[in-house]
Design a protein around this ligand. Structure first.
Ligand SMILES: C[S@@+](CC[C@H](N)C(=O)[O-])C[C@H]1O[C@@H](n2cnc3c(N)ncnc32)[C@H](O)[C@@H]1O
Length: 273
């Protein structure tokens, strides 16, 4: 099934396009607010971003001209215009725009085209670690983008979990398309059993992270690193508090609207280092 980035819009009816005077970067700055307003996708033509919505939306941070678009047209345009995104050495691209060596993600089925700031933040944090031969757990893998990136960056084993069976299916398909070895399993952190990992990735949301903090930290091997996102800037303290209470020394990398929480297991009291 290849329906572009329509995120579940049916083939019937009308989609609305807001042709803004801003660029793709301008739109990305406001991504969280736009998504809260129902954003389906963004495309760029001649340096101007077009935002796609299921209906006209009020009170948006970006202005412009609204235009109704037949869904069929929207699908075709969005397919053609979804652009590759590069973070460090990793470029994530949809199949129809992929170049040699790109990490290819079919965006039709699950969250994780690589464009969201929470994903790019995790991709950046991941590339600061020495992954060679390390074991990686990705909780909330969505399309599998982070898990596949970890495999490409040299991880020795990668396990990807998601409570959404469609995401697990998409992660498996995307891993196969990238010739990446990723074990994708349906379930939350408990599906990892008693195994411990050198790196635990969790791009979820603050409430879920706080709820799962103890269990995510319990999956870290000695010396391991947690990379978590889905944390809005206004909720950084909550996420930091939860992971600190679970035993991590925590560092926050704040982006435009989202933060990435990076945590290391604190040495037990009385031990060196
Ligand atoms: C924001 S997406 C992240 C996708 C991808 N990892 C990325 O960084 O682009 C979050 C994913 O977590 C999944 N999810 C939500 N709650 C979860 C939980 N408690 N355990 C496992 N997965 C969960 C959702 O189904 C969704 O696919």
């Amino acid at each position: 099934v290849d329906r572009g980035v329509d995120r579940g819009v049916s083939g019937e009816g009308t989609t609305w396009a807001l042709r803004t005077n801003g660029t793709l970067e301008d739109a990305n700055v406001h991504l969280a607010a736009l998504e809260a307003a129902g954003l389906l996708g963004i495309s760029e033509e001649d340096g101007r971003a077009t935002l796609w919505f299921p209906a006209r939306a009020e009170g948006l941070p970006l202005g412009g001209d609204w235009e109704p678009v037949e869904d069929r047209d929207w699908n075709a345009r969005s397919r053609a215009l979804l652009t590759p995104v590069t973070v460090g050495t990793v470029t994530v691209a949809p199949p129809w725009a992929a170049g040699q060596g790109d990490l290819v993600i079919d965006p039709a089925q699950a969250f994780g085209t690589g464009h969201h700031e929470t994903t790019t933040g995790c991709l950046a944090a991941l590339q600061e670690l020495a992954l060679d031969g390390r074991s990686v757990l990705d909780v909330g893998c969505g399309s599998g983008v982070l898990a596949i990136a970890a495999a490409r960056l040299g991880a020795g084993s990668v396990t990807a979990l998601d409570i959404d069976p469609l995401a697990v299916k998409a992660a498996r398909a995307n891993a196969a398309a990238n010739a990446a070895t990723v074990e994708a399993v349906e379930g939350s952190v408990d599906a990892a059993g008693d195994r411990r990992f050198d790196v635990v990735l969790a791009n979820l949301d603050t409430t879920t992270l706080a709820r799962l903090a103890d269990r995510l930290v319990a999956r870290l091997a000695p010396g391991g690193t947690l990379i978590a996102s889905g944390v809005g800037l206004e909720r950084q303290a909550e996420a930091v508090g939860a992971f600190a209470a679970a035993g991590l020394a925590v560092l926050v990398r704040a982006g435009g609207e989202w933060a990435v929480v990076v945590g290391h297991v604190r040495p037990a009291p009385g031990t060196a280092g």
